[in-house]
Write a protein that binds this ligand. Structure first.
Ligand code: ATP
Ligand code: MG
Length: 369
């Protein structure tokens, strides 16, 4: 584990974990956002007492490392408190409460509906076929609901720190574009046509009499009711999207980016940084994940058991691994030079089938034991 940027400075990731209320972990696809978010939360157990990590689509071995069942993983819902047994395995102090929330957009959306509509309206809306498909229909709903959830958690003060993993996306910056994209969608002509603002509904639907003939009365009525009720939700969503754009720049919120040493990931990191700067969002930490480590030396005992051919093979492997490790470290150092005011931490590539070691070692590279 190497702290590339030297001693703990004012804006170190260590300090962010100590001081912030919410840390957003973003980065390109598959770089290790979910794993790093969990590791950051684990590292935070050294400096905070009540921690929540909101994870999205966790890899199986991560869920297993937290001791969750497949069912809990699929359902999502309210955050789950880690059991004493899992805490012990992960080295979390028994006084610390560590919760994991697995984001389920459908669940969060049902809460938004509950808060926005009357019980009767909400029940009717949720029974429609279109509603059940909403989470797949609306682009960015996962991101939107992640934000809904986090703001609710921040408001009810149940947690000192919330670490938010961001959904898989093609580009790292997609997460930050969601508020603007949803806003555009809700205000677009097409959406207005199908879910018009209050008062204009009847007029619009009159011109859709042909839909009734085409789809049959039941589908027509259901779609009409869905859109009518959904347009009530739209105002709430629009208002939240405005808040979401400001959320990222709040003092109590920090954005940390994850990359790997690969040049394509570093390139994406630069793009993300520039994109955030243009929006006055400050990147406050970088974790370069999956940094290859040099191979361990062959013990004398083991070496004595190997024949010359095997020894030669092992030597070659060692040199190969050494080169990979040097290349990765060079990439990390370059990253540090490029971002002198941000702490850059390197987290090792860990070959571990059950996920515990990855979490522990990454957490240790953030806050050394
Ligand atoms: N430091 C590491 N060492 C070894 N394997 C790792 C490390 N970090 C992540 N992984 C593995 O890489 C895979 C991708 O990690 P993860 O799911 O955290 O990435 P992600 O950025 O969240 O992906 P997505 O963009 O799909 O959400 C997982 O199998 C994870 O266990
Ligand atoms: Mg992920």
């Amino acid at each position: 584990m190497k702290k590339v940027s030297g001693s703990v400075s004012k804006n170190s990731i260590h300090n962010l974990l100590k001081d912030k209320r919410c840390i957003i972990v973003c980065g390109g696809g598959g770089v290790g956002k979910t794993t790093t978010a969990a590791s950051l939360a684990l590292a935070a157990t050294k400096v905070r007492k009540r921690i929540l990590v909101v994870t999205i689509d966790p890899a199986k071995r991560l869920a297993e490392a937290f001791g969750f069942s497949q069912k809990a993983l699929e359902q999502g819902g309210e955050p789950i408190l880690l059991s004493e047994e899992s805490k012990l395995k992960l080295g979390i102090d028994s006084e610390v409460s560590f919760s994991v929330g697995i984001l389920n957009p459908k669940y969060v959306l049902s809460q938004v509906v509950e808060q926005t509509l009357s019980k009767e309206q909400g029940d009717r809306l949720q029974k429609t076929m279109l509603y059940s498909q909403l989470s797949e229909m609306v682009y960015g709903l996962q991101e939107y609901t992640a934000y809904e959830w986090v703001t609710r958690m921040i408001q009810n003060e149940e947690y000192d720190l919330i670490v938010l993993d961001t959904p898989p996306s093609f580009h790292a910056k997609d997460f930050f574009l969601v508020p603007a994209k949803i806003k555009n969608l809700m205000e677009s002509k097409v959406f207005q046509l199908f879910a018009p603002k209050k008062g204009t509904w009847f007029k619009t639907m009159l011109s859709f009499g042909w839909i009734e003939k085409l789809l049959g009365e039941k589908v027509y009525r259901e779609s009409r009711m869905f859109l009518e009720t959904f347009s009530l939700l739209r105002d709430r969503i629009l208002e939240r999207c405005d808040l979401l754009s400001k959320f990222f720049t709040q003092k109590e919120v920090a954005v940390i980016a994850v990359s790997t040493p690969e040049s394509s990931a570093m390139f994406e990191l630069d793009g993300l940084d520039q994109f955030l700067r243009e929006r006055k969002i400050q990147l406050e930490g970088i974790i370069v994940n999956q940094v290859e480590q040099a191979a361990g030396r062959l013990s004398e005992e083991l070496a004595s058991e190997l024949n010359d051919v095997m020894k030669e093979k092992f030597k070659k492997l060692e040199i190969h691994q050494q080169k990979r490790s040097e290349k990765a470290m060079l990439a990390v150092q370059k990253c540090q030079t490029r971002y002198p005011s941000i702490e850059v931490i390197s987290a090792p590539m860990v070959y571990d089938p059950d996920g515990f070691l990855i979490l522990k070692q990454t957490a240790e590279s953030i806050i050394p034991q």
